[in-house]
Ligand binder design. Structure first.
Ligand SMILES: *[C@@H]1O[C@H](CO)[C@@H](O)[C@H](O)[C@H]1NC(C)=O
Ligand SMILES: *[C@@H]1O[C@H](CO)[C@@H](O)[C@H](O)[C@H]1NC(C)=O
Ligand SMILES: *[C@@H]1O[C@H](CO)[C@@H](O)[C@H](O)[C@H]1NC(C)=O
Length: 269
């Protein structure tokens, strides 16, 4: 093999230059296309500039890219009445740090594949119409600092995997139909524990591990059991409107707790 001529080097560097400034990897661009395709109604036409022919994705509304403009790092489309589903293909935005789709009309479930967005720091899907469980895969997002899933129709138990999120500072889960205990135990011990065990166990795990937790709102769900001791520093309002054993906050009546509209109730426990 002969060495490169200077012309070849010039061509090569031009190609590299074009590749580096000519925008996103194909899978990220494809993810955005899938996102738009899963939106059925966009009354405020926020996605009308999402058009490859007119501009590159880093220019589109709601999208922020890295300095080198080679990755999408934030998708923020809030309060836009977007109606539709959250495309699972969003997981292809591998450098995404913030996914903010607050206050829209998104329905369906939270895609499990969101658990592949390893760089995610902020997940805000609050004030939508999402249903189904909180995927345990969210516990894989170890860089998460904020989770907001408030005011949806989420059901099921809180995955104990959320306890893996050691950098978590804020979690808002209020106004859903979540049930079961607030997880304090870690993944391996959580499902089999019985009354009172968490408070007395020596090693703090689960949310008790998230020592940075500053804001947490569990209100207006159907959580039961007692408030974990390690969360005792949170304002009592964070726990009200549930089925918890707590004299200091207003809880639901026994009758309301017996009629939890929680889908996919397991009959035992
Ligand atoms: C997201 O967008 C809304 C307006 O569309 C803005 O008010 C808000 O500050 C943005 N949030 C972040 C974290 O950029
Ligand atoms: C993500 O989490 C799920 C459920 O908690 C687990 O089964 C899976 O192995 C995790 N994946 C990775 C890549 O860590
Ligand atoms: C869960 O807790 C038990 C007992 O405290 C411990 O032995 C185990 O390693 C922990 N597992 C994880 C995944 O942290």
């Amino acid at each position: 093999m002969g060495s490169f001529t200077s012309f070849q080097v010039l061509l090569l560097s031009l190609a590299l230059f074009l590749a580096s400034c000519n925008a996103l990897p194909q899978n990220e661009a494809a993810a955005l296309t899938f996102f738009k395709r899963a939106i059925m109604e966009d009354p405020l036409q926020i996605l009308s500039d999402w058009n490859y022919l007119e501009s590159e994705p880093c220019e589109w509304s709601g999208i922020s890219c890295s300095m080198a403009r080679d990755h999408v790092i934030r998708l923020n489309i809030s309060g836009q009445s977007l109606k539709g589903f959250i495309a699972p293909e969003l997981y292809q935005l591998s450098n995404l740090q913030e996914l903010i789709l607050h206050e829209n009309l998104l329905m369906g479930t939270i895609p499990k594949k969101i658990g592949k967005l390893k760089n995610l720091k902020v997940l805000d899907l609050g004030v939508n119409r999402l249903t189904g469980p909180i995927p345990p895969e969210i516990g894989n997002l170890t860089n998460l600092v904020k989770i907001n899933l408030q005011s949806n129709g989420l059901t099921g138990r809180l995955p104990s995997e959320l306890g893996n999120l050691k950098h978590l500072e804020e979690i808002r889960l209020d106004r859903n139909r979540l049930q079961g205990r607030l997880p304090v135990g870690n993944g391996s011990e959580f499902p089999s524990k019985v009354h009172g065990m968490y408070a007395s166990s020596g090693n703090p795990t689960g949310f008790c591990l998230s020592s940075q937790l500053k804001i947490a709102d569990f209100s207006y769900n159907f959580f039961n059991g007692s408030i974990p001791k390690c969360l005792g520093y949170l304002p009592r309002l964070s726990f009200q409107g549930n089925c918890l054993q707590d004299k200091d906050s207003k809880q639901r009546t026994t009758e309301q707790c017996g009629n939890c509209p929680c889908a996919h109730l397991k009959t035992h426990e």
